[in-house]
Design a protein around this ligand. Structure first.
Ligand code: WT7
Length: 649
C-alpha cells in the first residue's frame, strides 16, 4: 500500500532558492561519507572558534573501545556563537519572539538584549558559586529565561541539565542527584492552557528527597506571582540577583569535547540515562541541520513548538537557530488554548515562515475537523516540519493540505536525544517527499539495516536501524556510566550504533521508520521506558506484578496499556484503577498516565519466568489472531484469560 502513495516532487521555487538542490545534496552527501574529516573540517568554519581545530575526527564504535571525539583540539564557547558573534551584524534584530499562554501576552528580545541578559544570568550563577564543570538543573516554563539560563551556563562552562516541567518531584530529584547539580533554576509557576503548574512547590518537594542536599541554591523566576514557600538562605529571586549584575561576562574558552549539557531520556531498562553532549560537534550539527533541513533564510520567523525540556527544544529552539542568527519563536502555551485555532493564529500574528511540530499535535487538530484552522490564513508559511514519532500518511496529508494550504513542503525529521540533531530527513529543495517517510540521510549520516544477527541487509527491505559511523552531534557517553552507554548502543551489533528503531527502506532508498523495537514506548512524542512505569506500579502495595506495553492510539501514536496482577489480599475495583493511575502520575509525571489498565490474574511467562511481552503487545493492540508461537509458555491458558478480559477502548 505504502508503495502506491503520493509523491510530492520538489517544488521548482524551492529547488532554485534552497540551500541545497538535489545535485548539491548528492555531491555533498558523497563527500561527507567519502572523506568525513575533510567535509567536517570545512563545515566547522561556520562556527566561531577561539582556537580552530586541527584534528577533526577521532572516533571508534568498537564495543571494547567506544570513544567519540570531534574537533578535539578546538576551543570555542557556545554562547558566543549564539549571541556575541551576531551583535555587529544584527544586534537589533529579534532573536526570540515569546508568545505567552495568554494570547494577549507576547514580547520580542533582540540579540543585543538576549546577550546582555544572558551575561547577567551568567554573572549571577558565578555569584552563587557555579564554576566551570559544575552542573545546573533547569526546571522551567517556556519563557525566555530558560534560553538565557542555558546560554548562561554555556558561557561560564557549567553543564545544564534541563528537566521537563511536566515531570514529578521524584523524577526531578532523581535527575538532580544523578547530575549532582549545585543549583536549580525554576519559576514560581508555569502556565499552560490557562492552568498553573506549581514548579517551585515541586522543587521544594524534590529537595526533601535523599541525596538532593547537593543543590545549595534555588534561583526562582517570578512568572505568575503565585504564592510559594520560601527557604531563607537557599532560595534566591532571579530578578533580585540578576538585575544587579553587569551586562557583560567574559566567556570561558571551552574545549570542543567539554560537555555542554546532560539530557535525561528513557531506555528499555533501568533509570533514565543522562546523555552527555559536548560543545563543538553538537553545536555544529544543530546549526547546520537547522539551516539545511529548514532551509532557513535570514530574517525568517521560525517556530519549533517543542518544549525546551526535550532535545528538540535544545537543538531547534535554542542552539541551532541562535547559532544561525535566526528569529526563533518560543511558545508558552498549547495548540488547544484558548481555542483549537491557536496554532494558526500564532502563525499569523508573528508571520511564521517555518513551523516545526509533532504528529500528535497535527492529529489532535485533525480530530476537530477541517474548520479548526478557519480562524487563521497561514499564508506566511513556507515550510512545515514533523518530529518525535512516525507521522501516518493521513496526518501528513492533512498537515500539508489544511495547515500548509497545499503549498509547503513537509520535512519529516527522524532523530533522537542521543543523536543531538536531525539524522534522516528530506532537504526541501532536494528530495521528493513521500508522506510517512523520513526519506534520506543528512550529510555524514550512514544509516543501515541489519537483521537480528547483525547482518547488513541490502536493497529494499526491513530491519533494525543502525548507524555505521560517527557524526559530530552524537552523544559521547551516559553521564558517569560509560559502560551502560556501550551496553545500550554498541553491543547489540558490533561496531555499529543501534538506534532501537525498526525501519523499512524502499526501492528508492527512502527510509520509513516503523517504531521502536525495544521496550521503549512513544506517547505523544514523549519517550518512556516500560520498565520505569512497571517499577513505579510494583512499588504500590496492592500490585504484585505489572507489565506495560504500548498500543496504537489514534492521537497519541501510542497509548500506555497496563496489565496488573494484584496481591492476594486485594480485589480489582474502579477505585483501585484510579488510585494506580494517580500513583504513576505522581511518581513519574502526567505524561506517564496509563490509558488502559487490565487486571491480569497472571501474566504469560516462559518456563524460565520471562514475561512474553510480544503476546501482551498483540492483545493490547487487539490483534488476538495469530499470536505466534506460544508453545514456550509455562501456562498457555493464561493467554486465553487475558484475551477474554481484554479492555475495550
Ligand atoms: C525516538 C527518539 C528526536 C527528537 C524528539 C524525540 C522516534 C523521532 C521520528 C520520526 C519516526 C521518530 C524514534 C526515535 N522518532 N522522530 N520523524 N519518525 N519516529 O527524541 O525522545 O529521544 O525519541 O523518537 O522512535 O528513536 P527522543
Amino acid at each position: 500500500m505504502t508503495e502506491q502513495q503520493n509523491v510530492y516532487p520538489v517544488r521548482e521555487d524551492f529547488a532554485t532558492n534552497a540551500w541545497a538542490d538535489n545535485e548539491k545534496y548528492l555531491a555533498m552527501y558523497q563527500q561527507s561519507v567519502d572523506d568525513p574529516a575533510a567535509f567536517w573540517a570545512e563545515q566547522a568554519k561556520r562556527l566561531d572558534w577561539i582556537k580552530a581545530p586541527t584534528r577533526v575526527k577521532n572516533t571508534s564504535f568498537a564495543s571494547n573501545n567506544v570513544d567519540i571525539r570531534w574537533f578535539e583540539d578546538g576551543e570555542l564557547n557556545a554562547s558566543v556563537n549564539c549571541l556575541d558573534r551576531h551583535l555587529e551584524q544584527r544586534g537589533e534584530q529579534t532573536a526570540i519572539i515569546w508568545e505567552g499562554d495568554d494570547p494577549n501576552e507576547s514580547k520580542a528580545l533582540t540579540y543585543r538584549e538576549l546577550h546582555a541578559r544572558t551575561c547577567q544570568v551568567a554573572n549571577a550563577l558565578k555569584e552563587l558559586g557555579v564554576k566551570k564543570g559544575d552542573t545546573v538543573t533547569l526546571y522551567m516554563p517556556m519563557i525566555p529565561e530558560a534560553a538565557m539560563a542555558m546560554l548562561a551556563c554555556a558561557r561560564i562552562g557549567a553543564i545544564h541539565s534541563v528537566v521537563f516541567g511536566g515531570f514529578s518531584p521524584d523524577a526531578l530529584a532523581q535527575r538532580i542527584v544523578d547530575s549532582q547539580s549545585k543549583v536549580v533554576i525554576t519559576a514560581d509557576e508555569s502556565v499552560r492552557g490557562g492552568k498553573r503548574v506549581p514548579l517551585k512547590d515541586n522543587v521544594d518537594a524534590a529537595l526533601t528527597r535523599q541525596g538532593t542536599d547537593v543543590a545549595e541554591k534555588v534561583l526562582v523566576v517570578q512568572r505568575t506571582g503565585g504564592e510559594i514557600d520560601w527557604k531563607e538562605g537557599r532560595d534566591v529571586w532571579f530578578h533580585e540577583l540578576v538585575d544587579r549584575q553587569a551586562t557583560d561576562c567574559v566567556p570561558e574558552a571551552m574545549n570542543a569535547e567539554d560537555p555542554l549539557f546532560i539530557l535525561y531520556t528513557s531506555g528499555s531498562t533501568g533509570a533514565p540515562k543522562g546523555l552527555k553532549h559536548t560543545t563543538g560537534g553538537y553545536l555544529l550539527q544543530a546549526a547546520m541541520t537547522h539551516q539545511y533541513v529548514f532551509d532557513y533564510k535570514d530574517g525568517e520567523v521560525y517556530w519549533c513548538s517543542a518544549d525546551v525540556g526535550w532535545v528538540t527544544g535544545h537543538s531547534y529552539i535554542v542552539y541551532g537557530p541562535l547559532a544561525n542568527g535566526a528569529i526563533t519563536l518560543m511558545f508558552e502555551g498549547v495548540p488547544s488554548y484558548p481555542t483549537n485555532g491557536r496554532l494558526g493564529e500564532v502563525v499569523d500574528k508573528h508571520k511564521v515562515a517555518i513551523l516545526y511540530t509533532s504528529p500528535t499535535a497535527v492529529r489532535a487538530l485533525m480530530a476537530h475537523g477541517n474548520n479548526v484552522m478557519d480562524s487563521s490564513k497561514r499564508d506566511s508559511l513556507r515550510l512545515l516540519g514533523s518530529v518525535g514519532e512516525p507521522i501516518n500518511p493521513e496526518a501528513w496529508e492533512w498537515f500539508y493540505r489544511v495547515i500548509g494550504n497545499s503549498k509547503c513542503p513537509i520535512v519529516d525529521t527522524w532523530w533522537q536525544t542521543e543523536t543531538g540533531g536531525i539524522m534522516i530527513s528530506p532537504l526541501p529543495g532536494a528530495i521528493d517527499l513521500k508522506p510517512g517517510s523520513a526519506t534520506r540521510p543528512f550529510f555524514g549520516v550512514q544509516p543501515a539495516l541489519v537483521d537480528n544477527e547483525g547482518r547488513l541487509l541490502e536493497g529494499a527491505t526491513e530491519g533494525n536501524l543502525v548507524i555505521l559511523d560517527s557524526w559530530p552531534g552524537q552523544a559521547r557517553t551516559i553521564w558517569k556510566n560509560h559502560e551502560r552507554f556501550v551496553q545500550t548502543y554498541f553491543s547489540t551489533y558490533e561496531g555499529m550504533y543501534f538506534t532501537g528503531d525498526g525501519c523499512r527502506r524502499d526501492e528508492d532508498g527512502y527510509y520509513w521508520i516503523t517504531g521502536r523495537v525495544d521496550d521503549v514506548i512513544n506517547v505523544s512524542g514523549h519517550r518512556m521506558g516500560t520498565a520505569e512505569i512497571e517499577s513505579s506500579l510494583v512499588a504500590h502495595e496492592a500490585v504484585a506484578e505489572a507489565a506495560v506495553v504500548g498500543y496504537p492510539h489514534d492521537i497519541k501514536g501510542q497509548g500506555i496499556y497496563i496489565y496488573v496482577t494484584l496481591g492476594d489480599e486485594y480485589e480489582p475495583s474502579d477505585e483501585l484503577k484510579k488510585e494506580l493511575t494517580q500513583w504513576v502520575r505522581k511518581d513519574i509525571g502526567p505524561i506517564a498516565s496509563p490509558d488502559v489498565i487490565q487486571w491480569a490474574p497472571s501474566l504469560p511467562k516462559t518456563r524460565s519466568g520471562k514475561i512474553m511481552r510480544r503476546i501482551l503487545r498483540k492483545i493490547a493492540a487487539n490483534e488476538c489472531e495469530g499470536l505466534g508461537d506460544t508453545s514456550t509458555l509455562a501456562d498457555p491458558s493464561v493467554v486465553d484469560e487475558l484475551i477474554a478480559n481484554r479492555v475495550n477502548r
